[in-house]
Ligand binder design. Structure first.
Ligand code: SF4
Ligand code: SF4
Length: 177
């Protein structure tokens, strides 16, 4: 079992419904977010394209955040989902420093928080909240070990990229291009 997400950059319209759904589902404090939408301009004038990307923790296979955590609060859970045990987190911020994607933040309770791929929903067989609300259905989620999963099929049929692959983190959020 290896959970992953594929996001179609050609279908994303940058509406941020995924961000609002995540904040609501996960009681993210006002002014903070576990996911966000990034806009980049690709190409050179006059052949330029605007790319919207819904970004979050990449649930990396190689996890500097887990390696640098001194208490074991950051750990890899079932299906490769990286979680934070708030009871063990001492708020030292080592994981925030080591994440190349700026995917973690300090919660108002003093511990570190981040995207969990909605682990609580996934363990009930549901999609993460962001995936379930996307109006353009541009996100695909599932088990990479299952060739029939939505994410496996999406990656089989399209070209894709990951963010900052040169960091060696082996991200498990893929962007269809
Ligand atoms: S994106 Fe950052 S927080 Fe998420 S698993 Fe990778 S290194 Fe850790
Ligand atoms: S802030 Fe918490 S989760 Fe992050 S490294 Fe320190 S103890 Fe671990």
């Amino acid at each position: 079992m290896r959970y992953a997400m594929a996001i179609d950059t050609l279908k994303c319209v940058g509406c941020s419904d995924c961000v609002v759904a995540c904040q609501t589902e996960n009681n993210v404090p006002q002014g903070y977010c576990r996911d966000w939408v990034k806009e980049t301009v690709n190409g050179l004038y006059p052949s330029v394209e605007l790319e919207y990307r819904s970004e979050r923790c990449n649930q990396c296979e190689n996890t500097p955040c887990v390696r640098t955590c001194p208490t074991g609060a950051s750990f890899v859970s079932d299906g490769g989902i990286v979680l934070v045990d708030s009871d063990k987190c001492i708020g030292c911020g080592a994981c925030i420093e080591s994440c190349p994607y700026d995917a973690r933040y300090f919660h108002t309770d003093g511990t570190v928080d981040k995207c969990t791929f909605c682990h609580h929903r996934v363990s009930e067989g549901k999609d993460p909240a962001c995936v379930s609300v996307c109006p353009t259905k541009c996100m695909y989620f599932g088990d990479m070990d299952d060739p029939e999963s939505d994410v496996s099929i999406a990656l089989k049929n399209r070209s894709y990229k990951t963010l900052a692959p040169e960091t060696g983190t082996k991200p498990q959020v893929y962007y269809l291009v």
